[in-house]
Ligand binder design. Structure first.
Ligand SMILES: NC(=O)c1ccc[n+]([C@@H]2O[C@H](COP(=O)([O-])OP(=O)(O)OC[C@H]3O[C@@H](n4cnc5c(N)ncnc54)[C@H](OP(=O)(O)O)[C@@H]3O)[C@@H](O)[C@H]2O)c1
Length: 290
């Protein structure tokens, strides 16, 4: 007989996982509680199972509890849920935030707690039903909770990654660099093109092939081998001219160019940039000068 799962916050992620687990027969979805009962009803219809509850207090006992509210609500929900769990239940409580660790669920002890972060966008639950398979889920928390969740996500054909609980913030920062900061870099690039008199639409058009190609190269060869451009070539004069032009235009652009340039020098060093050229570039890019 399948284990029972209660969902608090059956939004985009919660309803998608709920439906997939119900369909695969891994969990039987039991009670669903959202902020509004109407939204919980919509989630219930999407999942095709479960009963709607208007408060945590009216939810049945379950083997496993998923708290899939927004990150800001998780601590408060854990406080509300804790008092109704006891050690006879052997329950597992988990959330799916990438930013928060399982320790935020400590009010739910004696239940075993964990976090399980699917590296996937649930923007469109219908699409996620088809393409969640193959996504990686990063797990941390109590061993018994991790073991259950490993089986649960394997049943959805996900890849698994176990991370050290004390490293959760670093794990999440890793994604922020590659995803959110890539977006910030695009904005810096467009601002610089705009200062050069190239309008946004035209700049996006010219960037598209080279940005996608760079992303592909990085995935295939890693950053050291993918770095091209003036720093990789040790072209100190070009870097000096670009830095001067940026400094005259926008101090934030110049600051970012310096910081990221120093990271590029480190990469280029691993790829045969001669030491003396690396030293000149570091002097140029450091602020204040070394
Ligand atoms: N979306 C993603 O791509 C994604 C990816 C990885 C991880 N995650 C994580 O998954 C979790 C959920 O994200 P999401 O995007 O699915 O959020 P979402 O679509 O905004 O859904 C949040 C749900 O929580 C419910 N809720 C809010 N406050 C509540 C309360 N006090 N009691 C009961 N239910 C409450 C909301 O109810 P109403 O509908 O009634 O407002 C809504 O159904 C977050 O921890 C997020 O970090 C999301």
């Amino acid at each position: 007989m399948s284990l029972t799962l209660n969902i608090i916050g059956a939004g985009r992620l919660g309803r998608t996982l709920g439906r997939l687990w119900q369909q695969r027969g891994f969990f039987r979805i039991q009670s669903i509680c959202n902020h509004s009962p109407q939204s919980a009803e919509t989630a219930r219809n999407f999942i095709g199972a479960g009963s709607v509850c208007d408060s945590i207090g009216t939810m049945e006992n379950a083997d496993c509890w998923l708290i899939a509210t927004g990150d800001r609500q998780i601590a408060g929900i854990a406080e509300q849920l804790g008092p109704r769990l006891n050690d006879r239940d052997n329950a597992v409580v988990f959330h799916c935030s990438g930013a928060l660790g399982s320790e935020i669920l400590s009010p739910c002890r004696p239940a075993a707690t964990a976090s399980a972060h699917p590296v996937h966008s649930f923007a469109d639950p219908e699409k996620s039903l088809c393409n969640l398979a193959g996504s990686t889920v990063a797990l941390e928390g109590d061993r018994s909770a991790i073991e259950l969740l490993q089986r649960a996500f394997t049943a959805l054909d996900c890849e698994l990654l176990t991370i050290d609980s004390s490293k959760k913030a670093l794990y999440h920062a890793g994604s922020v660099f590659a995803c959110n900061y890539l977006t910030a870099l695009m904005d810096l690039s467009l601002r610089t093109f705009s200062a050069a008199g190239i309008e946004r639409e035209r700049a996006l058009e010219l960037l598209k092939p080279i940005v996608l190609q760079t992303a592909g190269n990085n995935m295939a060869m890693g950053p050291e081998q993918s770095l091209t451009g003036p720093i990789a070539r040790g072209d100190v004069d070009t870097v000096r001219r670009q830095l001067a032009a940026l400094a005259q235009t926008d101090t934030q652009l110049a600051q970012c160019y310096r910081q990221l340039g120093l990271t590029c020098v480190e990469l280029a060093r691993h790829n045969q940039l001669p030491g003396p050229l690396a030293e000149q570039l570091i002097d140029l890019l450091s602020e204040p000068p070394r």
